[in-house]
Design a binder for this molecule. Structure first.
Ligand SMILES: Cc1cc2nc3c(=O)[nH]c(=O)nc-3n(C[C@H](O)[C@H](O)[C@H](O)COP(=O)(O)OP(=O)(O)OC[C@H]3O[C@@H](n4cnc5c(N)ncnc54)[C@H](O)[C@@H]3O)c2cc1C
Length: 280
């Protein structure tokens, strides 16, 4: 493993906001995780940082990165084991090369496979759990275990992995055959036309409350384009907050609070953050 003391974390969040962390550990072997987690308090597993807002002050945490865990193993019969640090777009590339189908609707999501599994990431009617058979985790007792999908609770953007603070090491997927290239093209075009991809952002800021779309609630509350400092509710997609250049952690947090208040006043609906906020 590689231990980087007092590491600047700005480039570890897609929002391009982040202060100096106590340490960042780049893990090389899964067995190292037991000691890393067992010997420390206040540990945060960072994936591609595409859903995580980091404080820009000193962060009293050990960040752990599995970015070197990128292996893909084919086991036959459409079973494919994928390590957690692999970028999800690389998995889509692999599926295309090997004519596997099942996750095309999720193409263009910039997270890691581990981050996607942790959040049960999804889009356009598909969730990553749809294609999962088993997950290998480091559990709360520091045991490396393989869990079958039917033994894991999961729902919309929520999994038992979050509650139990498990670390996803690898995931066994079951794919059908017949990669749908046209679907991927169509989804990528949709994303490019709807999302503010030219600015740092963390995707959807809020979960969609049951029966509502957060973006619509935000527009109806008159908050589209509203900004605090350089943090702005995107004009293009009002459930995205963009960093126009020098947004601070406080700017983003203030903006989130204001939007929640305005939406509550306007529609009575309570928005809940989808993004993960690392305070200190
Ligand atoms: C432009 C854009 C579009 C997006 N579109 C979508 C979308 O359509 N659908 C969607 O669901 N999301 C979307 N997202 C959000 C984000 O990409 C996903 O939530 C993704 O799953 C986060 O993965 P990550 O590796 O970046 O996680 P991070 O932001 O690094 O971490 C998120 C959480 O996952 C945990 N985590 C990460 N890796 C592991 C692991 N190996 N084990 C345990 N915990 C782990 C972290 O501790 C943290 O709590 C979008 C983001 C952006 C920027």
């Amino acid at each position: 493993m590689k231990i980087l003391k007092y590491h600047h974390m700005k480039d570890y969040s897609n929002m391009k906001i982040g202060g100096i962390a106590k340490e960042l550990i780049i893990v090389e072997k899964k067995e190292e995780l037991k000691d890393i987690i067992g010997e420390r308090e206040n540990v945060f597993l960072i994936g591609n940082g595409t859903n995580t807002l980091l404080n820009d002050a000193a962060i009293d945490k050990t960040f752990v990165s599995l970015k070197n865990f990128t292996q893909i193993k084919e086991l036959g019969n459409g079973l494919v084991e994928v390590e957690a640090g692999l970028s999800f777009d690389k998995l889509i590339d692999f599926m295309e090369e090997n004519n596997y189908s099942g996750l095309e609707n999720l193409s263009g999501i910039p997270g890691s496979v581990g981050g996607m599994v942790y959040m049960n990431g999804g889009a356009y009617g598909t969730e990553i759990f749809d294609c999962i058979e088993e997950i290998e985790v480091l559990d709360e007792n520091l045991e490396i275990r393989r869990l079958k999908k039917e033994d894991i609770h999961f729902t919309y953007r929520k999994t038992e992995i979050q509650e139990k603070k498990w670390i996803v090491i690898s995931t066994l997927f079951k794919f059908k055959s017949g990669f749908d290239k046209l679907k991927v093209q169509e989804i990528k075009e949709k994303r490019e036309s709807r999302h503010p991809l030219d600015m740092p952002n963390l995707g959807s800021t809020f979960k969609n409350p049951e029966g509502y779309f957060s973006a619509k609630l935000i527009i109806e509350a008159g908050m589209q384009g509203y900004s605090v400092g350089d943090a702005q509710i995107s004009e293009k997609h009002p459930n995205f907050i963009i960093n126009r250049g020098n947004a601070t952690f406080d700017d983003v947090n203030k903006l989130i609070k204001i939007v929640k208040k305005k939406v509550k006043e306007n529609s009575g609906v309570e928005l809940q953050e989808e993004i993960i906020i690392v305070e200190r």
